[in-house]
Design a binder for this molecule. Structure first.
Ligand SMILES: Nc1nc2c(ncn2[C@@H]2O[C@H](COP(=O)(O)OP(=O)(O)OP(=O)(O)O)[C@@H](O)[C@H]2O)c(=O)[nH]1
Ligand SMILES: [Mg+2]
Length: 427
């Protein structure tokens, strides 16, 4: 490379330098790759470490949660155990208290029983002493009475002898009067008039005993022609349905044959109701009905009239008047009569469009007017004073008595009020 020599590139040196540079570049690249690989490995290791840490943290968290849940469950179990124990203790305390109360009660009852027995014993002793004292007095009185009786017997024998003579004279006179009365009654019967028969004192006592007449009670006879609804009325007045076990028997054929006594089931009512057999049948002729049934001993008489006002009803009312016994005229079966009248004025139960309420109102008004007029006329003709007629049906009356105010009422409530005030007046 000295002077004079052309400068030729030293290709070999260049090639070597080139190779050397390549080798260096490769080495550098390899070093860089290795470094990168190390860095990647370090990064993976770091990532793996972080993952493990995260996993460990998660396990710790789960373990802590499980521990907390276990503690909570243990606390709940403990609380439940304590609650059961308290409950058991309370039950035991209650049982002990009840047992103590029962014992105290028994003791008290025993003490009361003993006190009662002691009191009874004292009573017995006092009664025995009193009985002994009374017996001594009675013995003394009996002795005195026998003494007086002997003296009295002597006087009585004397008086009897004198009375027998007088009685023979009176008996002869009475026989003569009885014969005259019988002849008068027979004449009246032959002439078609109802004889007036006056009951004897013996008949009064016998009938009073028969109906078990009791002071302080108001004895009401339910009388009237056969089948007029007397027994049903007795049942309704006592708040009973006809089919109740202790109700009076009802029916269409002379059902009631003897006077039957029905005390009012309500103890505050002083009524005794009597179901009297129907009058005017073959078994009970009408003019004898009043006396035959002993109606003169009752405190009040209800005359139940049927479709027509009959001679029997007149006989009942005039006899009641003669004996000064308050009498009520009742026409029962109002519901049946109004139903019949509704049909008479054109109501047809099959016709659903028909105005039932208006037919009912018309039939009821007509029924009330006709009955009132007919009774008034009949009373006038029989020369009896005017008096009201009570229109009732047994179902509505039963309702009124038992406090279930029925929808279709006529005179049921008024009848009850008037009976109560008559009873009060006569008490
Ligand atoms: N629809 C209706 N029927 C009645 C009423 N009262 C009585 N009856 C009926 O009329 C019939 C005769 O009634 P009873 O109560 O037996 O008459 P009674 O006057 O006691 O009859 P005797 O004892 O035979 O004289 C029975 O079929 C009763 O159900 C009433 O208010 N309405
Ligand atoms: Mg009857």
């Amino acid at each position: 490379m000295g002077g004079g020599q052309s400068h030729q590139p030293d290709w070999e040196a260049i090639r070597r330098a080139q190779e050397q540079a390549d080798a260096q570049a490769r080495a550098a690249a390899e070093a860089a790759r290795k470094k990168a690989e190390r860095a990647a490995q370090a990064a993976r290791a770091e990532a793996e470490r972080l993952r493990r840490e995260a996993e460990a943290a998660r396990r710790r968290f789960e373990a802590e949660q499980a521990e907390a849940a276990r503690r909570a469950q243990a606390a709940r179990d403990e609380a439940e155990r304590q609650r059961r124990e308290i409950e058991k203790a309370e039950q035991a305390a209650r049982a002990a208290r009840e047992a103590a109360e029962a014992r105290a009660r028994e003791e008290r009852q025993r003490a009361e029983q003993l006190a009662r027995e002691a009191e009874e014993e004292r009573h017995r002793q006092r009664a025995a002493e009193e009985a002994a004292r009374q017996a001594a007095i009675a013995a003394q009185q009996e002795h005195e009475r026998q003494q007086r009786a002997r003296e009295e017997e002597n006087r009585r024998l004397q008086a009897e002898r004198e009375a027998a003579e007088r009685a023979a004279q009176v008996a002869a006179e009475q026989a003569r009067q009885a014969q005259a009365a019988r002849e008068a009654a027979e004449t009246q019967l032959r002439d078609g008039t109802r004889p007036v028969v006056t009951p004897t004192p013996e008949e009064y006592s016998a009938f009073r005993a028969k109906i078990q007449h009791t002071a302080g009670f108001f004895h009401v006879a339910i009388s009237g022609v056969a089948g007029s609804g007397k027994s049903s009325l007795v049942n309704a007045l006592r708040g009973k349905h006809n089919m109740d076990l202790d109700a009076a028997a009802v029916g269409v054929n002379e059902t009631t044959l003897v006077v039957a006594r029905y005390p009012d089931p309500n103890p505050s009512n002083r009524f005794v109701w009597y179901d009297v057999p129907g009058a005017g049948t073959l078994k009970v002729p009408d003019w004898k009905y009043f006396n035959d049934q002993g109606l003169f001993v009752f405190d009040c008489i209800i005359v139940v009239v049927n479709n027509r006002f009959t001679a029997t009803d007149v006989a009942l009312l005039s006899n009641a008047r003669r004996f000064g016994i308050p009498a009520f005229i009742v026409r029962s079966k109002a519901d049946q009569h109004i139903r019949n009248l509704m049909k008479d004025i054109g109501y047809n139960s099959d016709d659903e469009g028909g105005n039932k309420a208006s037919y009912f109102a018309r039939a009821r008004d007509q029924y009330v007017a006709e009955t009132t007029r007919s009774i008034k006329t009949n009373l006038q003709e029989a020369k009896l004073p005017d008096q009201p007629v009570y229109l009732v049906s047994n179902v509505a009356l039963q309702g009124a008595v038992t406090g279930k105010v029925p929808k279709k009422m006529l005179d049921e409530a008024k009848l009850l009020t008037d009976l109560a005030s008559t009873a009060q007046r006569c008490a």
